[in-house]
Write a protein that binds this ligand. Sequence first.
Ligand code: PLP
Length: 421
Amino acid sequence: MQTQILERMESEVRTYSRSFPVVFTQARNARLTDEQGREYIDFLAGAGTLNYGHNNPYIKQALVDYLASDGIVHGLDFWTAAKRDYLETLEELILKPRGLDYKVHFPGPTGTNAVEAAIRLARVAKGRHNIVTFTNGFHGVTMGALATTGNRKFREATGGIPTQGASFLPFDGYMGEHIDTLDYFEKLLGDKSGGLDVPAAVIIETVQGEGGINVAGLEWLKRLESICHAHDILLIADDIQAGCGRTGKFFSFEHADVVPDIVTNSKSLSGFGLPFAHVLMRPELDKWKPGQYNGTFRGFNLAFTTAAATMRKYWSDDTFERDVQRKGRVVADRFQAIAAWISEQGIEASERGRGLMRGIDVGSGEVADKITHKAFENGLIIETSGQDGEVVKCLCPLTITDEDLLEGLDILETSVKQALS
Ligand code: PLP
């Protein structure tokens, strides 16, 4: 396999190609093929960007038809038929059935663009600078978003410029099972000398993806919402990884019956892996003046087209979400069995997650790496997350066939046994 030019020219900043050092050429649903014709089952799915699989034929057809009709590809933030169709579909199939009323801001197309816009909007709307975020949170690596991201690896890479404007609080479970970390938040808010600048907003992932598949309890989330309401603080749900069906509902906060003031989506929003993000906001929060937060790639018409097709195909009723929940239970059962086996070998391990966002915490990055390397040798692409990379995580396409799901789980189990015995 010819990799010299890739190794020589691409910056050292590259990551995934270190874990999976082959040249990929094709992909379909949950299977990737490399240049040698070797197939892999994909439990990474673009880090949660390919919820509907690689080259989903239905979505691809919508894209091909649009291109074939010379539809607008780039249009700054012009009104286009594709944008109108996207907004209509979003309103009819996603927002209205959930009783949600949001205006939509199209920032740049990546997750961190959406987070930057969301926290900026919260600051403008409330006239306060501080954003409360949580331990192990990951919200992106541009300066504003980075300030709300916990991991030192990213925070240290600013060339000495301090990350500013955010305060960290312990996520649910961070202080152990029996401590409700929101007691601390509430106490600080009520204490004029507690040192916490009253925040404009709280930003939260209901399930922390990069931070180690840490799952916020549903009651904890509901209490967070009511604390925010009581103190006039906006609640931002960063649903960039946990949204678009990953946890078994379109929005991950639906499980907790929480209504955030602002929502960020990206990753799987286009349905096809095209760069695309939006920020949803309660209408009265739309404090932007025309062009005040701009960018060349504000809404990508190809992504409007694929995203609308995705909503029509998968979100017209609850069939798809029930199937995701069913597959989530399959993965959970198997992960529990694998974790139990690992624990029997003297390495404490446990399973956690919601829907098809699941992980096995094996306690150390070294052990997790051994497992994922072995898995790759055996034809499974699976990555780690957590502060030390100690959680082996499954983010397989939600559309994965049962056969591929079971085969992937079999490969993982074999790989764990090979790596640890
Ligand atoms: N927010 C969350 C919850 C994420 O998981 C990520 C990326 O993993 C981001 C924000 C940043 O998205 P991007 O990498 O597209 O900038």
